[in-house]
Design a protein around this ligand. Structure first.
Ligand code: ADP
Length: 290
């Protein structure tokens, strides 16, 4: 059965709403009312807009904590689309995304998963760290990424045609666990990609000030520390300190933790367990805040 997506998809019937027992669940809950703060790093806003205008599936590539999730939140707000986000992990199955039959006192009923909900409603669906999900999950999204723009609910014997406003966005960290897990070429080549890096220092300083609530001199020191730490990537560190961790360090400082202790908590301890590396990182911190 081919089911056309509704033109006005703001009302989702209860059997199509994941995990919520209300009589009528509105996709409006996935709308972003207030502008998420996002400082552009390059021309990624225009690139996303162009990809969305053509409804091209989009991959955001880059290290963890560099702003990919914030960016997609900002873009969903800009484009006026609801945003359905799924954080994938190694237990994420195709059913988790697509949906499943459930049983309650009334009997058996179908419950759409978040991807199906987004496809029906014309939302942007953001699959964060999709490489973590099981392979059947990745294969299930393939028909949504080409001209078919459809999603097969095999167990329900239904083919969902995606709403014209639907877009699929995935994030992908090329460095992380690449030797253990990687997306297949047959999946990668279904997406256009925007490459993310940590923001340039002047932009990152503004982000840390805004998000962490610290003065410019503190933010400048934190970004300076991150610059040194990022140079250690591949020399004993898998990844340097992310913008997220810089924001955490700033937040702790704004809450009254001394800068060296805050850096230890947010920038040093989370990213290494190796005693020599910890010592090297602590000396980077004291060279800025000592
Ligand atoms: P990712 O999805 O890449 O792991 P996030 O989007 O969660 O990273 O970014 C982590 C945090 O860093 C955000 O919550 C935000 O505080 C901050 N951040 C990173 N880049 C930006 C940016 N360009 N503009 C505003 N905030 C940013």
């Amino acid at each position: 059965m081919l089911v056309a997506a509704p033109d006005i998809a703001d009302q989702i019937a209860p059997d199509k709403a994941p995990g919520i027992g209300a009589d009528h669940v509105s996709v409006a809950q996935y709308r972003i009312a207030d502008e998420p703060y996002y400082l552009p790093v390059r021309d990624e806003i225009a690139q996303f807009q162009a990809a969305y205008a053509a409804r091209l599936p989009l991959m955001l590539k880059g290290p963890t904590g560099c702003g990919k999730t914030r960016f997609v939140e900002h873009m969903a707000w800009r484009l006026g689309r609801p945003l359905v986000t799924v954080s994938c992990n190694e237990d994420t199955t195709a059913s988790d995304l697509i949906g499943r039959f459930l049983i309650d006192a009334r009997g058996t009923y179908w419950q759409d998963g978040p991807l199906t909900l987004a496809a029906r409603a014309g939302a942007i669906c953001y699959l964060d760290e999709v490489v973590e999900a099981r392979q059947d999950t990745v294969v299930a999204i393939h028909p949504l990424t080409d001209a078919r723009r459809s999603l097969s609910l095999d167990r329900k014997n239904e083919l969902v045609q995606a709403h014209p406003d639907f877009q699929l966005v995935i994030s992908y960290n090329p460095g992380y666990q690449r030797m253990l897990k990687d997306l297949k070429q047959s999946t990668k080549q279904r997406f256009v990609a925007i490459d993310f890096h940590y923001p340039a220092p002047d932009v990152e300083i503004d982000i840390v000030m805004h998000e962490g609530g610290v003065a410019r001199d503190i933010a400048t020191h934190l970004v300076g520390i991150a610059g040194k730490m990022r140079n250690l990537k591949g020399h004993g560190l898998d990844e340097g300190a992310s913008t997220r961790l810089l924001v955490y360090a700033a937040t702790l400082i704004a809450k009254g933790i001394a800068p060296i202790a805050a850096c230890s908590m947010a920038l040093v301890q989370p990213i290494s367990d190796d005693p020599d590396m910890l010592e090297a990182l602590n000396s980077v911190v004291t060279s800025f805040f000592g």
